[in-house]
Design a protein around this ligand. Structure first.
Ligand code: SPV
Ligand code: MG
Length: 431
């Protein structure tokens, strides 16, 4: 009897899956692989049910002789173990980002004479409705909120990119790159105070109020499923912060990062060029405690951001604060720097990790941008935030186009660098 292998990455079984099994049965004994949580989260298929439940779904399918775990998106290990005669998959993997997975399987099977069977993807009302429901469920507050903690426990390093609108949210949600046979994408979204303010033409001084920031978050949430980390500036008054924690938690935001500054907040990248006042350890610890007391779920995270290196108060001060803020209940520590080299970040991480191996560490490598995520992870960093790069890439492009149209009194000269009309009118999927 020949072995036929197929892998499922779904929370709900529909006609498409049943069809795959029926087709697979024609070639031999069907083994179904269930993709492990770790692999699901690097793929755009964040599970909304547990791994055990997904195993049970596959085991309950008629025509399946065995269910196994597939640990990685790529099939190397599972093919080495099973040496299936056939691998069956929907033909939706013949193009787009999933093609890298298919190419890899083709190479692996080719080495010993195995065969790929591409089953025409089932496009029915029921299948589209279920696919949509799975995505919509992942966007619900109860699933989205806990997703950051899940990622932190499953990924070697979590990558967040800034989003300040529905459109930038979609870019963060959907951008997938295939490189060296691997698929890569962002895990989370950072709602930056700098970029949210800039998009509104306002300075980054806590002038854009929370209602407006919530509006931005809501625009992003409407069209995405990935977890959201809010740049909460100073967190405001402790008496207000507790209400804001409740609001964010209820909306399904995963984390707020607040910085230990007080008075008129200026952007950290100004460093000591402008007047900025650091909050006392006692006040800021109390703000963290107040926020943590207000929190109703275990999912939400309050992350304390330390500005000692930005304000040139020294490494010892930064470490003292990290310890105090963690004791006050902070769920993570963000250490910021505006040096071009990552040395002080590495020193902080090394010394912090010497006594605390658990608390997640967060960095924003805007100035020290030569360092890779892998190097940061090797120093104990858990979350890397690309805080402003989408805004900074869009702005010069828009400004150049505006200048050129003024210069040429028409739009033809700029046209070849613009997105084609067909692409812009079909950019947004309709329900
Ligand atoms: C932001 O993105 O608004 C931040 C990070 O707070 S930074 O601009 O580097 O201060
Ligand atoms: Mg900010």
């Amino acid at each position: 009897m020949k072995t036929v292998y197929t892998c499922f990455t779904t929370d709900v079984i529909h006609e498409g899956h049943r069809n795959i099994i029926r087709q697979a049965q024609k070639y031999g004994q069907v083994v179904v692989g269930v993709l492990a949580d770790e692999a699901m989260v690097c793929f755009d298929r964040f599970p909304t049910i547990s791994f055990a439940q997904r195993m049970a779904l596959a085991q309950g399918l008629e025509g399946v002789s065995r269910v196994v775990v597939q640990k990685d998106i790529l099939y190397d290990e599972i093919i080495r173990e099973l040496r299936p005669d056939y691998v069956v998959h929907g033909d939706n993997w013949c193009a787009g980002p999933m093609k890298a997975i298919r190419d890899n399987v083709e190479r692996l099977l080719g080495a010993y004479g195995g065969t790929i069977v591409d089953v025409p993807y089932t496009r029915s009302e029921e299948v589209s409705r279920i696919d949509r429901r799975i995505r919509e469920r992942a966007a619900m507050p109860e699933f989205r909120r806990k997703r950051l903690r899940q990622l932190l426990s499953l990924r070697p390093v979590v990558k967040a990119m800034e989003a300040h609108s529905g459109l930038t949210g979609l870019i963060v949600e959907k951008t997938v790159v295939e490189q060296d046979g691997r698929l890569d994408q962002f895990d989370a979204m950072w709602v930056s105070s700098l970029c949210d303010s800039t998009a509104k033409g306002k300075p980054d001084i806590e002038l854009v109020d929370l209602s407006s920031r919530l509006r931005t978050i809501d625009d992003i949430m409407e069209v995405t499923t990935k977890p959201i980390i809010l740049d909460g500036d100073t967190g405001g008054l402790a008496e207000h912060f507790l209400y804001n924690v409740r609001t964010l938690e209820r909306m399904g935001v995963s984390a707020v990062i607040i910085e230990d500054k007080q008075g008129l907040k200026k952007n950290s990248l100004f460093g000591t060029e402008v007047r900025q006042t650091q909050d006392s350890i006692e006040n800021f610890s109390e703000k963290i405690r107040t926020g943590k007391r207000a929190q109703l779920t275990d999912d939400f995270m309050i992350i304390a951001r330390i500005e000692s290196l930005i304000l040139e108060r020294g490494m010892d001060d930064a470490l003292k604060r990290a310890e105090a803020f963690t004791k006050a209940g902070a769920d993570g520590i963000m250490i910021h720097s505006r040096r071009r080299e990552p040395d002080e970040i590495f020193e902080f991480c090394g010394r912090f990790r010497a006594s605390d191996s658990e608390t997640p560490l967060v960095v924003v490598p805007t100035s020290f941008n030569a360092v890779t995520e892998e190097e940061l992870a090797a120093h104990g960093v858990n979350l890397v935030i690309y805080a402003n790069q989408l805004t900074r890439s869009a702005f010069p492009a828009m400004q150049q186009t505006a200048e050129d149209i003024l210069r040429f009194h028409r739009a033809r000269e700029v046209d070849q660098r613009l997105m084609p009309i067909r692409d812009i009118i079909t950019l947004i999927d309709e329900l």
